[in-house]
Design a protein around this ligand. Structure first.
Ligand SMILES: Nc1nc2c(c(=O)[nH]1)N[C@H]1C(S)=C(S)[C@@H](COP(=O)(O)OP(=O)(O)OC[C@H]3O[C@@H](n4cnc5c(=O)[nH]c(N)nc54)[C@H](O)[C@@H]3O)O[C@H]1N2
Ligand SMILES: Nc1nc2c(c(=O)[nH]1)N[C@H]1C(S)=C(S)[C@@H](COP(=O)(O)OP(=O)(O)OC[C@H]3O[C@@H](n4cnc5c(=O)[nH]c(N)nc54)[C@H](O)[C@@H]3O)O[C@H]1N2
Ligand code: SF4
Ligand SMILES: [Mo]
Length: 696
């Protein structure tokens, strides 16, 4: 019998908003359907491993609910009533409506809105070229990275760091504020390798017993938002016990003596009261750090999604300087190496067309903006037209009551370009079908690994789904945006130009090699030629408003930021009437709100729950599985209680960005989260929410 010849695997890169940016291989059926995805074995960071949800990608790409045709709303907003129209009709209508809005209120009434649903630079960022070509309102991206990046860069002066693969060469891996098993599985690959080959220890600092913590030798469950207190106590112990590297600090840090004096009063007893840990837990953790040169701090995003998150990140990164860990292979503090790639994206975004005087509206405040909040509108005209790509704000943005009200406005014209009928798409006037990553060309760069990768188009899109670039170029032409050659380029032309302009050869090379390893030499990665500031010194005492991080000016209560690492109590602390703190951590089988439409992910996750400590549950008279209300001034969410010892008393964890309709009262978890701006450069404090609980 003849055995069918297996077609060779195609290569690509995972497009999702995940620090790992895996190099993937795609197995196609002879008919050209996606069967399964695998991690590329020869990419040294991916190392043959990808997460389960992306391995099952056939389910998402061949999903029966994919959007296939342009749609026009026929019923009331959010009714789900649409009629099929052609692309031409859709583009004509958008053009007419955007023109009319502009005539009434000026171009800044149109607000192009996007995020990182795809991390491909062409398909993600081209929307900024439409924005600049038309003088539409700017968007300040605040969903995710602001606190983490600002906090890290505050110390080091740059968003770079040790080679993430060096985790495998470490003797002590500290996984801090990231649930890597769920959110970036490759961290575990390298950490476990260090354990197997070198006997390395693994510690996890989190606010509940995560799957990552279950794999650790040392699990520290702290009260949310108290990481800086833990970091201070660790540094106190390093100074106290002779583990501080004074020679290194004399050369590479700004004010080591001042820091040492400041930390005198911030020892383990002090930190134990704040963090809820025992003195022994803190001493043991600090001792292992102090006696292990190759301590690798893998600093995540989760612990920065608090109103004091910038201070927490900065404080944690300081430990690796006090201990001198940065000097050693397998040592130092790593958060994100986005700063190593230096890709020139000026043509994708149309930088030469940008008017720097145009307002930058805070994406996290979309609810306030659509409800006419003058402060959030920065004194400009109301937003009356939007085009949305790569994000699902009806689910993922804070202050959901306001977001829902805003998108329901009859005088708001909304275009949503999507792969699925998300809850945001349901609110649109025009819905357009989008391609998925294997259906278009794009270039990807990682934040948690060190490669630039190419993801070519390898299958045809279903129905009339079109790539983001197509829509944007069409609109720029129809709306007669300011001219630029790049308005007519294909994705491959953009990638080729970008690679040439950035010194990486061209597309031909990248396509042949599949990825380019951009990790700098050891000395540079470990800051042995100096940190990113002009004097080469790490800042224990940053000049907060001048930290060289992406920002649109100081905001939030930035004047109150502590000048040296410290525990900084910020506004939303527990009260008698709202005594619990809610953390809205990611779910393993969803990626933000993506995959919350696939059957296997929904099955694995079950239903939305709130994890409560047994003592809290007893005090509330709640038993496992009861329906409870989580409430605060922003709204109310009804879901089931899950009682156990995974969380501390006073902490409540609810995993996952579920569809709002999965909750008993139809309100998603972001009904409870706030959109106030975190100091000093904004960002949303998704894990910092004060609530009351009521048994229903
Ligand atoms: N499966 C899955 N993967 C994902 C995502 C997803 O939703 N699901 N999201 C993707 C995106 S957009 C991002 S930005 C990354 C984020 O990935 P991470 O860096 O892992 O950040 P978070 O997901 O915000 O939270 C991670 C952990 O931080 C903990 N945490 C919360 N508050 C505190 C605190 O005060 N102190 C400490 N020490 N820990 C705290 C949470 O309990 C959680 O376990 O993951 C990406 N990958
Ligand atoms: N409560 C709470 N809220 C959170 C968080 C949290 O931890 N807790 N995390 C926050 C974080 S870190 C982030 S990054 C945000 C992320 O939130 P979002 O950016 O909204 O991410 P997703 O929910 O994955 O939605 C991305 C959407 O883009 C679509 N998409 C993907 N690729 C393409 C494409 O090529 N073209 C088009 N047109 N569409 C595409 C997908 O179908 C999907 O619906 O959520 C934030 N919200
Ligand atoms: S771990 Fe992250 S980058 Fe890798 S396949 Fe999964 S979602 Fe994509
Ligand atoms: Mo994110």
């Amino acid at each position: 019998m003849n055995k069918a010849v297996k077609p060779p695997r195609k290569f690509s890169a995972c497009p999702h908003d995940c620090p790992s940016t895996c190099a993937v291989e795609v197995e196609l059926s002879p008919e050209g359907r996606v069967k399964r995805l695998f991690g590329a074995k020869d990419n040294t960071y991916t190392a043959g491993v990808i997460c389960a949800k992306v391995a099952r990608y056939s389910e998402r790409i061949h999903h029966p609910d994919r959007l296939l045709y342009p749609l026009r709303r026929t019923g009331p907003k959010g009714s789900g009533q649409f009629e099929r129209i052609s692309w031409d009709e859709a583009l004509d209508e958008i053009t007419a409506k955007f023109r009319a809005a502009e005539e009434k209120h000026g171009p800044q009434t149109v607000w192009p809105y996007y995020y990182a649903g795809t991390m491909g630079l062409v398909q993600r960022d081209s929307i900024n070229r439409l924005r600049h070509a038309k003088g539409y309102s700017g968007m300040y991206g605040t969903f995710c990275t602001n606190m983490a990046w600002t906090g890290y860069i505050a110390g080091t002066g740059s968003l770079t760091g040790p080679d993430p693969r060096e985790m495998a060469l470490s003797d002590f891996v500290v996984i801090w504020g990231t649930n890597a098993v769920a959110t970036q599985v490759n961290v575990m690959t390298h950490a476990i390798k260090a354990r197997k080959t070198r006997g390395a220890k693994i510690a996890v600092v989190d606010v509940y017993r995560t799957e990552t913590m279950k794999q650790a030798d040392m699990g520290l469950i702290i009260k949310p938002g108290t990481d800086a207190a833990l970091a201070c106590a660790v540094m106190h112990v390093l100074f106290r016990d002779g583990h501080a590297d004074r020679d290194y600090m004399a050369k590479f840090a700004d004010v080591p003596e001042e820091l040492e004096a400041h930390l005198q009063s911030r020892g383990p007893e002090w930190a134990a009261k704040i963090t809820g840990l025992s003195v022994k837990e803190i001493e043991d953790f600090a001792n292992l750090i102090g006696t292990t040169q190759r301590t690798f701090f893998r600093l995540g995003y989760g612990f920065t999604r608090s109103r004091n998150g910038v201070v927490s990140m900065h404080a944690a990164s300081c430990i690796a300087v006090v201990g001198g860990h940065y000097q050693y292979e397998g040592g130092g503090a790593f958060h994100n190496n986005g700063g190593i790639f230096k890709l020139n994206n000026s043509k994708i975004e149309g930088h030469e067309l940008k008017d720097p005087t145009i307002r930058q509206l805070d994406m996290g405040q979309v609810g306030r903006i659509l409800n006419g909040d003058e402060e959030a509108l920065l004194g400009g005209p109301p937003v009356t037209a939007m085009i949305i790509q790569n994000t699902n704000p009806m689910s993922v943005a804070p202050e959901q009551e306001l977001v829902k009200k805003g998108f329901a406005r009859e005088d708001l014209f909304t275009v949503v370009h999507e792969q699925f009928m998300t809850e945001t798409a349901e609110m649109a006037d025009i819905v357009l079908p989008a391609t998925q990553f294997l259906e278009h060309d794009d270039i990807y760069k990682a934040g948690g690994q060190q490669s630039i990768l190419f993801g070519p188009k390898i299958i045809e899109a279903p129905g009339e789904a079109r790539e983001n670039l197509y829509l944007l170029n069409e609109l720029i032409h129809r709306l007669e945006g300011a001219p630029l050659d790049a308005h007519s380029w294909t994705a491959r032309e953009h990638v080729d130009w970008m690679l040439h302009a950035s010194g990486y050869g061209g597309l031909e090379r990248l396509e042949r090699e599949r990825w380019i390893d951009c990790q700098p030499e050891f000395e540079e990665s470990h800051y042995l030629n100096g940190f990113g500031y002009p004097d080469g010194k790490f800042r224990f005492k940053p000049d907060w408003v001048n930290v060289p991080a992406p920002n649109v000016g100081p905001m939030g209560p930035w004047q109150q930021l502590p000048s040296l690492p410290d525990y900084w109590e910020t506004p939303e602390k527990a009260t008698d009437s709202e005594p619990y703190r809610l953390v809205t951590a990611p779910a393993r089988s969803f990626l933000n709100s993506s995959f919350n439409e696939t059957e296997s992910s929904l099955k694995k996750e079950g239903q939305p729950v709130a994890m409560l400590h047994a003592d809290d549950a007893a005090a509330l008279g709640v038993t496992d599985g009861d329906v409870i209300a989580l409430k605060n001034a922003r709204g109310e969410v009804h879901l089931h209680a899950e009682i156990g010892e995974r969380v501390r008393k006073g902490t409540v964890v609810s995993e996952g960005l579920w569809p709002n309709k999965s909750f008993i009262n139809g309100n998603g978890i972001n009904t409870l989260t706030g959109a106030d701006q975190v100091a000093p450069f904004g960002g949303m404090a998704f894990h910092d929410t004060r609530i009351a609980i009521e048994k229903l």
